[in-house]
Design a protein around this ligand. Structure first.
Ligand SMILES: Cc1ncc(COP(=O)(O)O)c(C=O)c1O
Length: 403
């Protein structure tokens, strides 16, 4: 079999991105301004929300979406329910927003939060549920929204890996009160580093705009000062004369997206359909053939009511396998197929979370993924021949290693 290369991720930087990067550099307009505003408008339109606020990373997107709750009476130490399996940024962001993460185990078939266990995790201090659409597979949003309505909780969708995902006819990122996307290099649409928060609430968008810029009193979604460098008539309070740019009513962050990142993102927006469709075709090609590896290997399925946001291909080594994850990943890597683990149970397999006092065995499904899961790239620079190569290499591996 001729060797091929399947890197995990890629970033599209089309000529339009290069032109815009140069335009921003030449004009010396590099800090958050009109390209960011344009990117926000286009991203909101794609997700189908009224507003989008762009930030520096997907972790910031999660954290700021949650930090909005402080404007509505939430207190430091209040609780946010999240799945126990995710990239660790999900739990880190809860702490960045000054809340406590409460972990709920996942379901094996979807890799997403086990909705039947959410109510038992709700306490007097619960303020939000943050489901993660892991590997772009939509979490079961209808019951999550019902539980949230029953207990008056906010829902923030961690859609970091779920660009282009659809759940029962609605775009992921537009179902909860807020959606948080990562625009990091390996993600579907990228701004190099970056994040985007989507919402239909103008009030939330204004709070987010303030939060990303140190918690300033400024709340205009479009800032005349940063986009046109012209005089802002709202800047000095009409009664006190105070400069509202230097008045800080809330504890903020410093995580604006910059113009160079937005320039890369705008080029990506032009390719949005192409990128999502290529990745989706790659994913479906493999998933539709994956059953041949049963019972040794498993993956996720695209259910009839959804479209998976094609982030990557998750692979789970089942109990019937007589080989280790290390043997399988080494075999793939030696043949040019880059692998990543399928993250870890954040409370019990990430040492940074030991202080919360959870113990191994508390989240058995997430922990299983932490030991026996992996994922590989399916990105837009790969095609069906690469996908077939992966299938052939796996077939060959199973013939040699599965007793
Ligand atoms: C599920 C999830 N949430 C949050 C993040 C954080 O995004 P970023 O790396 O842009 O900070 C990631 C990043 O990979 C992620 O996979």
């Amino acid at each position: 079999m001729a060797k091929m290369k399947l890197p995990f991720g890629t970033i599209s930087i089309p000529p339009r991105s290069r032109e815009l990067v140069l335009e921003a550099l030449d004009a010396k307009r590099v800090s958050c301004g009109r390209f960011v505003r344009e990117f926000e408008g286009r991203f909101a339109k794609i997700v189908g929300t009224k507003h989008c606020v762009a930030v520096a990373t997907g972790t910031d997107a999660d954290a700021l979406a949650l930090a909005v709750l402080h404007d509505y009476g939430a207190k430091p130490g209040d609780e946010v329910i999240i799945p126990s399996l995710s990239f660790v940024a999900t739990a880190n962001a809860v702490l960045h927003a000054r809340f406590t993460p409460i972990f709920v185990d996942i379901e094996r078939h979807s890799l997403n939060i086990n909705v039947s266990k959410i109510e038992a995790a709700i306490t007097e201090k619960t303020r939000a549920i943050m489901p993660v659409h892991l590997m772009g597979k939509p979490a079961d949003m209808d019951p999550i929204m019902e539980i949230a309505a029953k207990y008056n909780l906010t829902v923030v969708e961690d859609a970091a890996e779920a660009h282009g995902a659809v759940y029962k006819g609605r775009n992921i990122g537009s179902i909860g009160h807020l959606g948080a996307f990562s625009l990091y290099v390996a993600h579907i649409i990228s701004t190099i580093e970056g994040g985007a928060i989507t919402t239909n609430s103008q009030e939330h968008a204004e709070i987010l705009t303030s939060l990303r810029s140190h918690g300033r009193a400024c709340s205009c979604l479009s800032c005349v000062l940063s986009s046109t460098q012209s005089y802002c008539p709202k800047r000095f309070d009409s009664q006190t004369g105070e400069d509202i740019r230097f008045t800080f009513p809330r504890v903020g962050y410093s995580c604006k997206m910059n113009e160079l990142e937005a320039a890369v993102g705008l080029g990506n927006m032009d390719l949005y359909e192409e990128i999502v469709n290529t990745r989706h075709d790659n994913l479906m090609y493999v998933l539709s053939r994956f059953d041949t590896f049963s019972p040794y290997l498993a993956s996720i399925k695209e259910d009839p009511w959804e479209r998976i946001g094609p982030h990557a291909l998750p692979i789970i080594i089942n109990e019937q396998a007589s080989f280790s994850r290390t043997q399988y990943t080494a075999y793939l890597e030696e043949r040019g197929i880059e692998t990543r683990t399928l993250f870890a149970s954040m409370p019990t397999q990430c040492p940074g979370y030991e202080y919360l006092g959870h113990k191994l065995g508390d989240f058995p499904v997430a922990e299983y993924m932490g030991r026996f899961g992996l994922h590989i790239g399916i990105h837009q620079e790969l095609g069906l021949a690469h996908m077939q190569y992966f299938l052939d290499v796996t077939e060959e591996f199973l013939t040699k290693y599965q007793k």
